[in-house]
Write a protein that binds this ligand. Structure first.
Ligand SMILES: C[S@@+](CC[C@H](N)C(=O)[O-])C[C@H]1O[C@@H](n2cnc3c(N)ncnc32)[C@H](O)[C@@H]1O
Length: 206
């Protein structure tokens, strides 16, 4: 006779209900932040695909460059509990919102840092996620708010800076871009996979 062990019972985590849909997830946020979601925060199915590629082993340390309200990091930390995620975000109020969502979800494999990505030590990471964070410098309709200065010079400066940082990384470094114009991607990164009709691209440094 065979017995079912207790450990074979379904593993329902406290956070599960928030990941039923994007709509459910957005209820973690205040209404004004929910309103920005369609244009600015990574959809759950995209975070699942991206984290699948980025968190290839248990030593994966992933940086989200411009983490906003934290959706990519929160979702990826939930999908990939063995990997470590860090989000860096220039807007302090978005960092606060991400922190409060992290508290509700009770996830412990992620952190949020307030600051400019140019202040981050890239050598602490072996994988990167980039959702076209500098684009708001080019397109007025893409601005999240009026709390910062925008310019096309800043867009080009940030792209050059990120390009250089990615170029300095070790072979095998992984990168996922979503909606990118690819100005920040060095030619040493090889395209490995594309999804979402080409909007999501998975790269690896040669
Ligand atoms: C399109 S949102 C993506 C948010 C998040 N990665 C996600 O997918 O849910 C881009 C974010 O990058 C941030 N950002 C833009 N330039 C930045 C910089 N130089 N340093 C840090 N954050 C930046 C913006 O404030 C914005 O919140």
């Amino acid at each position: 006779m065979r017995f079912r062990s207790i450990s074979s019972a379904p593993n329902t985590r406290q956070a599960d209900k928030w990941f039923d849909s994007d709509l459910a997830f957005h209820r973690l946020y205040p209404v004004d932040i929910q309103m920005l979601a369609r244009r600015h925060w990574t959809p759950l199915h995209i975070a699942r695909l991206a984290s699948q590629f980025l968190a290839q082993h248990s030593r994966a340390r992933i940086l989200d460059i411009g983490s906003g309200a934290g959706k990519f990091c929160l979702a990826s930390a939930y999908y990939k509990p063995q990997a470590q995620f860090t989000g860096v975000e220039q807007r302090i109020h978005l960092v606060d919102i991400a922190e409060s969502a992290k508290g509700i979800l009770d996830l412990n494999n992620l952190e949020f840092v307030h600051g400019n990505f140019t202040q981050i030590d890239f050598r602490s990471f072996n994988a990167f996620y980039f959702y076209n964070s500098f684009y708001e410098n080019l397109i007025r309709e893409d601005r999240i708010d009026e709390s910062i200065d925008y310019s096309s010079e800043l867009y080009h400066y940030y792209c050059r800076f990120l390009f250089q940082k990615l170029e300095e990384m070790q072979p095998g470094t992984r990168l996922v871009t979503y909606h990118s114009l690819e100005d920040e991607i060095p030619p040493s990164y090889e395209l490995k996979e594309t999804h979402a009709e080409g909007l999501l691209k998975c790269w690896e440094k040669k």
